[in-house]
Design a protein around this ligand. Structure first.
Ligand code: PMT
Length: 401
C-alpha cells in the first residue's frame, strides 16, 4: 500500500460507541505513513479523548473550541483544502442527517460543507436507525452529492441488537481508501473529453436555433470524472452552469466551434458525447438582424457529426468512445442503431419525451448498451443526474482498470 504514503487524511470522529475503532484506523494509516489530522465532534469526546487521538495520529486534533480567534495554523477552509480525502468515522445517524441538510453548526460539518474533496462516510448506528426511511433518504441525498459510504456491516451491536448498522472494520476501511486513492492517481494520467449542453446555430447576429439541453448531465459527469482524478476537459455549449476550476472548460456556441475545440484536444483516452448538438446549421447566416417580413425561408444544411468524426478517426480514436442517444420512441432499438452507426463502444440512451427526466431536469434514467457482446445492457434507474454520473464513471473506472 505504497499509495497511502504521505497521503493527507482528514478523519472526523463523531460520537458513537464505535468511535474507539477509529483509533485503530488511525494506527493503521500511520503504519502506512499517511498524514492524519483529526476533528473530534463534541459528542466524540465522550467516547475518545483528544490526547489518545493526538498521540496515535501524531497530528493536530481539532474540535469546536478551535475557532478563528485561537487558530494559528489553519482555518476550516484550509483544513478542507489540506486533505486528499475526508473520512467521517463513525458517521452517526445524527451527523448523516446534519450533513444532508448542509448544516454548518460545528467544525466537522463546516469543513465538509467547505470541501471539494472526496468524502467517505462510515455509518455506525442501531439497525432500526439504519433502516429508518429518514436515514435512507438522507443517504440518497448525500450520495447524489458524490459522498461514498463504507459499510455498515451486519453483526451484533453495542445495544445488544443484531442486524445491519455495525461500523465497518478498520482494515476494510483502509483497503477501500487505498483502492480509491490508487485509482485516483492512475486516473490522473488519463485524459477524458466530454461534450455537454446545446449548440446555438445563428440565423443572424441575435437569433439562433437551439434545443432544451441544460448541460446538467454532462457537467455532472465531468464533476464525477474530476473527483476520480481524471484529467478532464469539458467542451460546453451555452449553459448557466459552473464547474470546478480544475476542469479544463472550453465554452463554445455553435456545433462548428464544438467540433473545432474537440479536434484541437485530440488525442485523448476517453471521449464522452453528452452534448445535444444541432444536426443542422443555417446555410447563410445574415450579417445584420433580419427585418420583419411576412415570410421567411431558412435553408439548413447538415452539421458535422462530432461523435462520428472522433469514433472513426484512423489514428486518434480514443480507447473508449461513449455516445448518448436522446430518444422519444423505440429507445432500445434506436440506441442500438446509433451504437453501431456511430461506431461507439457504449451508447447511453435516455428517454427525452418525459418532463421529469432527460432534457433540463435534475433527474434521469438511462440504459447503457455495450458494443462488447459479452456485456448485457444495464439500466440505471430513475435518480438524480449526479448519481447517474457517479454510476457511469464507476463503470468507466472498472472498464479501464
Ligand atoms: O443537458 P441536459 O439538460 O442535462 O440533458 C441531457 C441530455 C438529454 C442532453 C443528454 O443526456 C443526452 O441525451 N445527450 C445527447 C443528445 C443528442 O443530441 O442525442 P442524439 O441522439 O441526437 O445524438 C447521438 C450522439 O451523437 C450524441 O452523443 C451526440 O452528442 C452526438 N452528436 C450528434 C450530432 C452531432 N452533430 N454531433 C454529435 O457529436
Amino acid at each position: 500500500m505504497k499509495n497511502l504514503k504521505n497521503k493527507k487524511i482528514l478523519l472526523i470522529i463523531c460520537g458513537g460507541v464505535s468511535a474507539y475503532k477509529s483509533l485503530e484506523l488511525i494506527r493503521l494509516f500511520k503504519k502506512k505513513d499517511a498524514e492524519i489530522k483529526t476533528i473530534l465532534t463534541k459528542n466524540a469526546k465522550e467516547f475518545v479523548t483528544p490526547l489518545s487521538v493526538a498521540s496515535l495520529s501524531q497530528g493536530k486534533v481539532y474540535d469546536d473550541l478551535f475557532n478563528v480567534e485561537n487558530e494559528s495554523e489553519m482555518d476550516h477552509i484550509a483544513l478542507s483544502r489540506w486533505a486528499d480525502v475526508i473520512i467521517v468515522s463513525p458517521a452517526t445517524a445524527n451527523t448523516i442527517s446534519k450533513l444532508s441538510q448542509g448544516s454548518s453548526e460545528d467544525l466537522a460539518s463546516t469543513v465538509i460543507l467547505a470541501s471539494n474533496k472526496p468524502v467517505f462516510l462510515v455509518p455506525a448506528m442501531n439497525v432500526r436507525m439504519w433502516e429508518h426511511k429518514s436515514t435512507r433518504n438522507n443517504l440518497v441525498k448525500l450520495k447524489s452529492y458524490g459522498y461514498k459510504t463504507i459499510g455498515p456491516i451486519i453483526g451484533e451491536m453495542a445495544c445488544g441488537e443484531y442486524g445491519e448498522g455495525k461500523m465497518a472494520e478498520p482494515t476494510d476501511i483502509l483497503n477501500e481508501i487505498n483502492i480509491f486513492l490508487l485509482s485516483q492517481s492512475n486516473n490522473k494520467k488519463i485524459k477524458v473529453l466530454i461534450t455537454a449542453g446545446p449548440t446555438n446555430e445563428y440565423l443572424d447576429p441575435v437569433r439562433f436555433i437551439t434545443n432544451k439541453s441544460s448541460g446538467k448531465q454532462g457537467y455532472e459527469i465531468a464533476n464525477s470524472l474530476l473527483k476520480r482524478g481524471f484529467d478532464t476537459t469539458l467542451i460546453s455549449g451555452p449553459t448557466n452552469l459552473d464547474v470546478d476550476n480544475k476542469i479544463n472548460l472550453i465554452k463554445v456556441n455553435t456545433a462548428e466551434e464544438m467540433f473545432k475545440a474537440t479536434q484541437k484536444n485530440l488525442p485523448i483516452d476517453i471521449a464522452i458525447f453528452s452534448a445535444a448538438v444541432s444536426d443542422f446549421k443555417i446555410i447563410r447566416k445574415k450579417e445584420n438582424k433580419i427585418k420583419k417580413q411576412e415570410n421567411l425561408t431558412v435553408n439548413l444544411e447538415k452539421n458535422i457529426d462530432i461523435l462520428n468524426y472522433v469514433s472513426n478517426h484512423n489514428f486518434m480514436r480514443p480507447k473508449l468512445v461513449i455516445g448518448f442517444a436522446a430518444e422519444t420512441q423505440d429507445l432500445d432499438r434506436n440506441a442500438i442503431m446509433k451504437l453501431t452507426n456511430k461506431n461507439c463502444d457504449w451508447i447511453i440512451a435516455n428517454d427525452v419525451s418525459k418532463k421529469d427526466r432527460g432534457f433540463n431536469s435534475d433527474y434521469n434514467e438511462v440504459t447503457i448498451h455495450y458494443k462488447d457482446k459479452k456485456k448485457t445492457k444495464e439500466v440505471l434507474s430513475f435518480k438524480k443526474k449526479s448519481e447517474i454520473s457517479e454510476e457511469i464513471v464507476d463503470r468507466i473506472v472498472a472498464q479501464i482498470n
